[in-house]
Design a binder for this molecule. Structure first.
Ligand code: 2RA
Length: 336
């Protein structure tokens, strides 16, 4: 299958190439696409160099599939052009996520939302993906009434500039390095915590917070789930962490909850606090699963659970989820 990766030189695009390779996706020809200034540069796939091509050349080559990670405005402009040419787009930006005509998919939760007529498919926000993978099995069994989530998000979610800021600040603090580094954030990130991800909206929440509210309801197909979120950037690289408080309709047995999570696809239970067993971004880094631990009853409220959830935001939160959507489309004969 001919596959285009749009935004192939960015952090998520590079991870998409890595995940396609690792999972042995049947790529017969790869078309890496990036901004005009990168056209002609090379990216490596399965040890072979591939020249970056323009959007126009990628469309003319008629791939069956295009994985997009090039930002919202690029996606708004170009995804429809790919779709009109019959190319199925899986888009990692926020551009199409809340469009009622476009499916928003986490394969463990709602792969059945995908049909052969969907030409633009939205990949959800990283912090939403890991939460719904962990919570959907519990929702099916106990019925979620309300979610209160606070996130601790890796700088890799912002992109390479933020990684360079963090490492630049650290080098300066530790070794007095004089090298210039870019500022991805308004404030220092090393030795700091920034309670803002994306821009503020009129209701006082950030866009990232409202993504968690709105995308969760769409993916889990339940508008009645109440969600409130606080999203925070921390000086970490391996993945996003979330403290989640979940109130259910029905009461639950904690041992049963653990067993349910232990046997759910895409979830790894790490819950052995007596021996220091709980998920951390260091351990989730470069893994595809969503790691869940610190399971305990919220003793202040009936039918309510607390859990801690960690996942590599560039993998399950972006590239792996997109490739899993493509794998499902291919397996069901829904491509091309
Ligand atoms: C972040 N959610 O971590 C974003 C990335 N899509 O900033």
């Amino acid at each position: 299958m001919k596959v285009a990766v749009v935004g192939a030189t960015g952090l998520v695009g590079t991870k998409m190439l890595q995940v396609l390779e690792e999972r042995n996706f049947p790529v017969s020809e790869l078309l890496p696409v990036a901004s005009e200034r990168s056209v002609g540069k090379e990216v490596l796939y399965k040890g072979k160099p591939y020249k970056v091509v323009s959007m126009e050349d990628a469309i003319a080559a008629k791939p069956a599939l295009a994985l997009f990670s090039a930002g919202g405005s690029t996606s708004l402009e170009w995804a429809p052009k790919f779709a009109e040419a019959g190319i199925t787009v899986v888009d990692n930006s926020s551009a199409w996520r809340m469009d009622p005509t476009k499916p928003l998919v986490v394969p463990e939760v709602n792969a059945d939302a995908l049909t052969a007529t969907d030409k633009i498919i939205a990949n959800p926000n990283c912090s939403t993906i890991q939460m719904v993978v962990a919570l959907n099995p519990l929702h099916k069994k106990y019925g979620i009434k309300r979610i209160v989530v606070s996130t601790y998000q890796s700088v890799t979610g912002t992109g390479k500039k933020a990684v360079d800021q963090l490492m630049g600040e650290r080098a300066k603090a530790v070794a007095g390095a004089q090298d210039e580094y870019p500022m991805a954030y308004k404030y220092p990130i090393d030795l700091n915590v920034i309670p803002q991800i994306d821009v503020f909206l009129d209701n006082g929440y950030t866009k990232e917070e409202m993504k968690m509210v709105n995308e969760t309801k769409k993916i889990m197909r339940d508008e009645s789930i109440r969600v409130t979120s606080t999203t925070v950037r921390i000086p970490v690289m391996g993945g996003h962490s979330e403290s989640i408080n979940i109130e259910f309709e029905k009461d639950f047995d904690l041992a049963e909850v653990k067993e349910l999570l232990r046997t759910s696809p895409g979830v790894t239970l790490v819950d052995d606090p007596a021996n220091g067993g709980y998920p951390m971004p260091m351990d989730a880094h470069e893994k595809d699963d969503v790691f869940v631990g610190r399971l305990r009853r919220d003793e202040s409220n009936p039918n309510t659970l607390n859990l801690w959830c960690v996942s590599d935001n560039l993998r399950k939160g972006a590239a792996t989820n997109a490739v899993q959507i493509a794998e499902y489309l291919a397996a069901q004969g829904l491509l091309g």
